[in-house]
Ligand binder design. Structure first.
Ligand code: ZN
Ligand code: ZN
Ligand code: ZN
Ligand code: ZN
Length: 355
């Protein structure tokens, strides 16, 4: 993926079957849904880090991007993991984590692995990895760290009471007493999102000389202040409204024009570029993006497009999982905080807006 500095924009597409020659080992790929392919096997976010900040239920893995950096050396391998609350009563929170490894590390060979996927790690059953090489157990339902074990068989691991109860109802009740243990088949808990490989391609440059920069005036009036209606001359109010509406319209038209060229795009990746907003409402200002705990500022890295919702089988999503743009901001220095463990980065959700 992109090198240092604002680079060419790359687009991500969802593909059901992994394309030939694209795979370089499960952890060095990008994907949507299913269980996470954890990069580093230590310092994973625990159940607290992966709980919904709004309703405290476990978040569901939404997607991961393998986005290595040529420098610094500790970011030779680098991946971002995005989680969403999908509980029908909430559906209102997202969290993103960054993890990095130097080229020489405890988990992967120094030289790039061969094209064919490596054999499944120990603990993998039916293609599902339930224990990482480091010994960390993963929840049978969501694939996130599962520090709790079933009190009866001690073989089934869970991130939370929620997921233990779900698994119990969907078959662990029967499997628990069996001597061969619970690992044989994992039922469909209707919790994971459908799984796709993310294929990355460079965005074709503008052919029609269509303007590519900011929408005129967006920078200047990122937070337009409409005059209050009381005591104002009606013409002034109407003028301001018209201006506001035409700016809204320009932003939305630009969003439509850019996505129409590749209507299936689910990811726009471009370190340090301007995000493609869907609406004039809910655009963050610089002060809205908190710096990394290392002190460096966070810069825009990629955005998730609303097109992804079409792939997530909306009928299984409950009522309200929705977004216009999910913009992910990460430490501009790719600091080493995430070399020892997974560190949380910042995600901004822009709604489709009322326009
Ligand atoms: Zn929630
Ligand atoms: Zn779980
Ligand atoms: Zn059990
Ligand atoms: Zn940092």
């Amino acid at each position: 993926m992109a090198g240092p500095g604002p680079g060419p924009l790359e687009l991500g597409f969802a593909e059901l079957a992994p394309g030939p020659g694209r795979r370089s080992g499960p952890s060095f790929r990008s994907k949507v849904g299913g269980r996470p392919w954890w990069l580093g096997a230590v310092g994973l976010p625990g159940p607290g880090g992966l709980a919904c900040p709004a309703c405290r239920r476990p978040l569901a893995f939404l997607l991961q991007l393998y986005a290595p950096r040529p420098a610094p050396a500790h970011a030779f391998h680098r991946a971002l993991f995005l989680f969403a609350c999908r509980h029908p009563d909430c559906c209102n929170a997202f969290r993103v984590f960054r993890n990095q490894l130097p080229r020489k590390n405890d988990f992967y060979p120094y030289d790039p692995p061969p094209e064919e996927p490596p054999p499944p790690p120990p603990g993998a059953a039916a293609g599902v990895c339930l224990q990482l090489g480091s010994g960390v157990w993963l929840c049978r339902v969501c694939g996130c760290p599962g520090p709790k074990a079933c009190a009866r068989c001690h073989r089934a691991h869970y991130c939370s009471k929620d997921h233990q109860v779900l698994d119990w109802k969907l078959g662990h009740k029967q499997a628990c007493p069996q001597p061969e243990g619970p690992d044989g088949a994992i039922p469909d808990h209707q919790f994971l999102f459908p799984e796709y490989e993310i294929v990355i391609e460079a965005e074709e440059p503008d052919s029609e000389g269509e303007e590519d920069g900011d929408v005129d005036g967006v920078e200047d009036c990122a937070d337009p202040e409409l005059p209050g209606s009381l005591g104002e001359a009606p013409e002034a109010v109407l003028d301001a409204l018209a201006k506001h509406e035409s700016r809204e319209d320009r932003i939305f038209q630009q969003f439509k024009a850019k996505t129409a060229r590749e209507p299936e795009q689910i990811i726009r990746y471009g370190r340090g570029v301007d995000p493609l907003w869907i609406s004039g409402e809910g655009i963050p200002q610089e002060k809205d993006i908190p710096p990394c705990p290392c002190g460096a500022r966070r810069e825009f890295e990629f955005q998730v497009m609303p097109q992804l919702l079409n792939y997530l089988k909306a009928d299984r999503l409950g009522t309200s999982l929705d977004w216009g743009v999910l913009a992910v901001y990460t430490c501009a220095r790719s600091c080493s905080l995430a070399a020892a463990h997974y560190t949380e980065e910042f995600i901004w959700k822009q709604d489709v807006g009322s326009a």
